[in-house]
Design a protein. Structure first.
Length: 613
């Protein structure tokens, strides 16, 4: 488990690389470059200004900058000064930045001149108003053993805010030692002198730790993607223009680029992806297109410094799932049951991760830290070692690799069966027309829980055929899955929304289920049928509903039928027998039954009264 060597601070490793290759390009962005010498000197000069402001001893320094060489110099300078950087995205709402600053209790900020109106409310704001190349020429070399330098690798290096599964942002404190364990001598990736890494993810997302510091410590070139949320065309254009050879993509972006821009990965030597369950079909597609490519599925929570386990391969696999591999250098992993005992291979349990990558804890939250970072539960570590409880489900495979099954809080019970949503997502993503899939639980008005699935098809299916195609996909699932795993509906979309971190934004998925029955749509013809359509739509969450549509084919069941009959009693002042919907399962039939019983809605009565005036 221990990574070989004596841990070092990140900026010390960058400075050592600058001494070895001072004239090599360190950072490139939109045609501008910084050499390692310029990067190191500019960071030294800025570090002096930070120390003069009082930064030292792991003090948290907020950073509000776009993705430019200035940002890389600033992060390096904060580490040199002895601080820990906290990136605040200028694109985020001001209230969100303010809340994070208050929670972090930071007193310092470095702000770009273009973002002075985004400056957080702190005591010391340092405007970054000088060109980095000019700053490098201004001198200010940091003396060896300077007063602002962290005295120990366990000093905090950065704070990364994550909402986790609770929705409440918490600051994860990561030390220099944890970053050193990630980048010192990795055996899961071969880094070459001529490699070009792309910094694509938000710097407030922990994968940026790998993207930024791995190349700068290894003497490679760091290429910066355009500031902001780049679209697929911009990403592919940057990969080509910068001749990127090592590229990390979140699962969502990976699926989209493999589907739409597979040719854009031609120059990539090592492709990494992760953050969610990967589609085996997409991995097979990219590996078939580029036989010489190395692929890594990287897994890890923010609380364990980017990667906990990795599966690296150069072979095409036909396995039904993409494993997350084995613990990386300096890390451990255990699959435990509710009693914190290891489960046998093949059985599902909760994944715990340990080793030198485990974060210090949550900033200013000792209670949350004690709950999630637990000592003496790592069967492979010395007494006193801490592990982080990921909240993810996994199992050990027979070949000794880990299979990632998704969040424990996404494992649900459907009709008494325990269901892993990733099982449905992987099967749907394997369909030839499907680019991406997401599954959610749905609870109807009667309290019955079922599955809903969403698929993105891009331009491969005509929008006019989305409803029919959703029915087709559901029928395909019925052929391979037991009933409890078949979604109530498969909702077809042109695209599935991603959040700024490149993961599926499940909160942005539509809540109404599109009509997905075989018969033609027939619109309501009078006020009674119009009211029934509204009542059915609210109860079933289906839109639109035709008057010839069958209640049970729309997703209705006996419990929901009872709820619906109670609602009809309220609106029509008539009590219908429980068997009514089984005998008259369409709105047209039901409206006829209501009229036969002399029941009329308020709208009907008003229409009748108006006609007799």
């Amino acid at each position: 488990m221990p990574a070989a060597g004596v841990p070092q601070c990140v900026h010390e490793m960058v400075a050592a690389q600058a001494a070895r290759t001072p004239d090599r390009i360190a950072v490139g962005f939109a045609g501008t470059t910084l050499t390692y010498r310029q990067l190191d000197r500019a960071a030294d000069a800025l570090a002096i200004r930070l120390r003069e402001a009082g930064v030292r001893g792991g003090a948290v320094v907020a950073v509000v900058l776009g993705r430019t060489p200035d940002l890389i110099v600033t992060l390096t300078a904060i580490l040199k000064a002895g601080g820990a950087y906290l990136y605040l995205d200028p694109a985020e709402p001001h209230a969100q930045r303010s809340r994070i600053v208050r929670d972090a209790r930071t007193r310092f900020a470095v702000v770009g001149v273009d973002f002075l109106d985004h400056a957080p409310e702190v005591a010391h704001v340092l405007p970054l108003d000088r060109d980095m190349a000019a700053l490098a020429e201004s001198g200010g070399t940091e003396p060896a053993g300077g007063a602002g330098r962290p005295l120990h690798p366990d000093t905090p290096a950065y704070v990364c805010y994550t909402s986790g599964s609770t929705g409440e942002p918490k600051g994860v404190v990561v030390s220099h030692h944890a970053i050193w364990r990630l980048i010192h001598r990795p055996t899961w990736i071969e880094v070459r002198d001529d490699d070009v890494f792309l910094q694509l993810t938000r710097v407030g997302f922990d994968v940026s730790t790998f993207e930024i510091w791995m190349p700068l410590v290894k003497g490679c070139r760091l290429a910066l993607a355009p500031t902001g949320h780049a679209d697929l065309e911009e990403i592919v254009a940057t990969v080509r223009a910068e001749k990127v050879t090592v590229l990390w993509l979140t699962t969502g972006l990976f699926h989209k680029i493999v589907t739409h821009h597979l040719d854009g990965l031609a120059g990539v030597r090592h492709l990494l992806a992760g953050g969610d369950v990967l589609s085996p079909a997409h991995v097979q597609r990219v590996m078939s297109a580029y036989p010489g490519m190395v692929f890594t599925n990287g897994y890890g929570p923010t609380e364990n410094t980017t990667f906990s386990t990795c599966w690296t391969t150069s072979r095409i696999s036909t396995a039904p799932r993409v494993p997350i591999g084995v613990p990386i250098d300096g890390s451990t992993a255990a699959v435990l049951d509710d009693r914190l005992l290891p489960v046998p291979p093949g059985e599902v349990g909760e994944l715990w991760v340990g080793g030198h990558g485990v974060a210090t804890g949550y900033l200013n939250r000792p209670g949350a830290t004690a709950e999630k970072f637990v000592a003496d539960c790592d069967p492979a570590a010395p007494p006193g070692s801490r592990m982080y409880r990921t909240g993810d489900l996994a199992r050990w495979s027979e070949d000794g690799t880990l299979d990632f099954l998704g969040r424990a809080d996404r494992q649900v019970k459907i009709r008494g069966y325990r269901v892993e949503l990733s099982t449905v997502e992987v099967e749907l993503a394997a369909q030839p027309e499907v680019e991406q899939a997401a599954a959610l639980t749905y609870t109807d008005g009667a309290g019955d829980t079922s599955l809903l699935a969403y698929v993105a098809v891009g331009q491969q299916v005509d929008p006019a055929d989305f409803g029919t195609f959703g029915v087709t996909l559901r029928e395909r699932l019925q052929e391979v899955f037991p009933a409890h795993l078949v979604p109530r509906a498969v909702i077809v979309l042109q695209d599935i929304p991603l959040n700024p971190n490149g993961k599926v934004d499940r909160s942005a998925l539509p809540t109404k289920i599109p009509r997905n029955v075989w018969n033609d749509y027939v619109e309501p013809r009078d006020p009674t049928e119009e009211l029934l359509v509204t009542i059915w739509s609210d109860a079933l969450d289906v839109e639109p509903i035709g008057v010839e549509d069958n209640f049970f084919e729309l997703g209705g069941h006996s419990l929901l039928a009872a709820e619906l009959l109670a609602e009809l009693h309220h609106h029509f002042d008539v009590k219908l027998p429980a068997r009514t919907l089984f005998l008259r399962p369409t709105i047209a039939d039901l409206a006829e039954e209501l009229r036969r019983r002399g029941a009329a809605s308020g709208a009907d009565r008003e229409a009748t009264n108006a006609g007799t005036r």
